[in-house]
Ligand binder design. Structure first.
Ligand code: FAD
Ligand code: PYC
Length: 405
C-alpha cells in the first residue's frame, strides 16, 4: 500500500559524513539518538553525527517489549528511572511525534514468601522516594487484570502483586524515529550503514576520531552508546568494561481484541506479557544462559516462557504465536547502568542497561547529553560511574531488573 503514496518527505536526511564533528555518537538506538537530540536542543551543540552500523533503531530499541516503570529499589535508581518516567509523560508533545506512551500500569506478581518480602520492600522504598507503587491482594490483582489466574491450585499461585500505575508501554520504533527526526531537524547527521571499527587517539591519549566502514571521521568528543556491543567498541580505546552480553528473547502472538489491560510481570516463573495497540500479545523471557552476540536465542527458553504464560493466563493456551526474535543485552555486575566519563579524555560511555534500558531512554539521553556537553555528570547520573566496580559503591538492582538473569 505504501508504494502508492507520493511526495512523502523523509523524516531525517542521510548526509555524507563530514571530515570532523564536535561530537560523534556511536549507535543509533533510542539512547544515542536521544543524546544527539538533547545535545542540540538543550546545549546548542549541533555539529554532531550519530553513526550506526546497521539501520536506525535496529538494535535493542526496535527489539524490546517496551515496558516502562520506575519501581527500582535504590535512591540513585529512583533518580534516573523516575526522571525518565516524567519525560515520557510529555515526550510526544516535546517531539511532536506520537510515541504512544500508555500509562496502563505495571503489575509484578508475587508467588512465594520471598517475592512478597522483596516486592513489599520495593513498594515502601519507592513511596519514600515519591515514586508511586502499591501492594495488591490476589483478588485486587485479578480485578485490575481480569484474565489473570489466581487459583490456589496453580504450581506457583499468585499470592499478591505490586502495581505501579504510572508504568506502562510505548511504541519503540516511534521513540527512535521521533528522536531521529528531532535531532536531524536541528542539524545532527544520522549516518546509517557506518560501522565504527576503531577509535583513534592523539599523542596525549585524547580521542581524535573514529575509523569507520566509510573512512576516518574526526571527533573532539565520542559517546559510545552501543548496548550489547559496548565491550567491543570500548576495547577499541583499550577500555575494559565490566559487561557481559547475553541474548534476550521475546515473541508476539496473532492479534486479538483487547484482553490484557496492563503489563504483568513475573520474575519467578520467568515471563511477562502486555498487549500492543495492534492486539498482539507481547511476551518475553529471561535471558539465555550463555554469552553471545547473536540476535537470536534458544527455543527451550521460549517454550518455558509460554508454559508460564499459560499457567498465569489459561485462556491463552490455544493462542498462535506469530514470530520471535532476540537482542543482545549488556549486563553489569550490579544490574545498573554506566553513564559516565571514561579514563580516556573525550570518550564517554552510556551502557549496561541490560534487560531494562528502554524505559530509561529519555532520562538517560537527557543526562548523558549533559555529561558530554559539560564534561561532567549531571547530578542524576553522577552515581552511575565506571569506578564503582573498583570502589565497591554498587547500586544492586538485581531484584528490580525483574527479568531472570
Ligand atoms: P540499541 O537500541 O541496541 O542501540 C545500540 C546501537 O549501536 C545498535 O543499533 C547497534 O547496531 C549500534 N552499534 C553497535 N556497535 C556499533 C558499531 N561498532 N558501530 C556503529 N554502530 C554500532 N527494556 C525495558 O526497559 N523494557 C522492556 O520491556 C525491555 N524489553 C526487552 C526485550 C528484549 C527482547 C530485549 C533484547 C531488550 C529489552 N529491553 C527492555 C532492554 C532495552 O531494549 C535496551 O536496554 C535499550 O533498548 C537499549 O537502547 P540503546 O539505544 O542503548 O541500544
Ligand atoms: O525492565 O521492565 C523491564 C523489562 C521487561 C521486560 C524486559 N525488561
Amino acid at each position: 500500500a505504501m508504494r502508492g503514496h507520493r511526495g512523502w518527505e523523509a523524516q531525517w536526511t542521510s548526509p555524507e559524513p563530514k571530515a570532523e564533528y564536535d561530537v560523534v555518537i556511536i549507535g543509533a538506538g533510542g539512547h544515542g539518538l536521544g543524546t544527539a537530540y538533547y545535545l542540540a536542543r538543550e546545549h546548542g551543540i549541533t555539529n554532531v553525527a550519530v553513526l550506526e552500523k546497521g539501520w536506525l533503531g535496529g538494535g535493542n530499541t526496535g527489539r524490546n517489549t517496551t515496558i516502562i516503570r520506575s519501581n527500582y529499589l535504590y535512591d540513585e535508581s529512583a533518580g534516573i528511572y523516575d526522571h525518565a518516567l516524567k519525560l515520557w509523560d510529555g515526550l510526544s508533545q516535546d517531539l511532536n511525534y506520537n510515541v504512544m506512551y500508555s500509562a496502563r500500569g505495571v503489575m509484578m506478581l508475587a508467588h512465594n514468601v520471598h517475592d512478597v518480602q522483596s516486592l513489599k520492600r520495593h513498594v515502601h522504598a519507592n513511596r519514600l522516594n515519591g515514586v508511586d507503587n502499591e501492594w495488591l491482594t490476589p483478588e485486587q490483582a485479578k480485578e485490575y487484570c481480569p484474565p489473570l489466574n489466581i487459583s490456589r491450585d496453580a504450581r506457583y499461585p499468585v499470592v499478591g502483586a505490586s502495581l505501579q500505575r504510572r508504568g506502562g508501554t510505548a511504541r519503540h520504533d516511534a521513540v527512535a524515529w521521533g528522536y531521529a527526526r528531532g535531532a536531524a531537524a536541528r542539524g545532527v547527521h544520522i549516518i546509517q550503514n557506518c560501522e565504527v571499527t576503531g577509535i583513534r587517539r592523539g599523542p596525549n591519549g585524547a580521542v581524535t576520531g573514529v575509523e569507520t566502514s566509510r573512512g576516518f571521521i574526526g571527533a573532539k568528543k565520542i559517546g559510545a552508546v552501543a548496548a550489547g556491543n559496548t565491550s567491543v567498541v570500548m576495547n577499541m580505546a583499550d577500555v575494559r568494561m565490566p559487561l557481559e552480553s547475553y541474548p534476550l528473547q521475546a515473541l508476539v502472538s496473532e492479534p486479538v481484541k483487547p484482553v490484557v489491560p496492563c503489563v504483568v510481570m513475573s520474575n519467578t516463573v520467568h515471563a511477562y506479557i502486555s498487549q500492543s495497540d495492534k492486539g498482539e500479545l507481547v511476551i518475553g523471557a529471561g535471558t539465555d544462559q550463555y554469552y553471545s552476540y547473536s540476535q537470536a536465542g534458544a527455543l527451550h527458553n521460549l517454550e518455558h516462557t509460554l508454559d508460564a504464560i499459560c499457567e498465569m493466563f489459561p485462556m491463552f493456551t490455544r493462542m498462535k504465536m506469530l514470530r520471535s526474535w532476540g537482542g543482545v543485552v549488556d549486563v553489569t555486575p550490579d544490574r545498573s547502568p554506566i553513564l559516565a566519563k571514561t579514563p580516556v579524555q573525550g570518550l564517554y560511555v552510556n551502557c549496561g542497561w541490560g534487560t531494562g534500558g528502554f524505559k530509561a531512554t529519555p532520562g538517560s539521553a537527557h543526562v548523558f547529553a549533559h555529561t558530554i556537553a559539560r564534561d561532567e555528570p549531571h547530578p542524576i547520573n553522577a552515581p552511575f560511574t565506571l569506578e564503582r566496580f573498583r570502589t565497591g559503591r554498587l547500586i544492586d538492582e538485581a531484584a528490580a531488573a525483574a527479568v531472570a538473569h
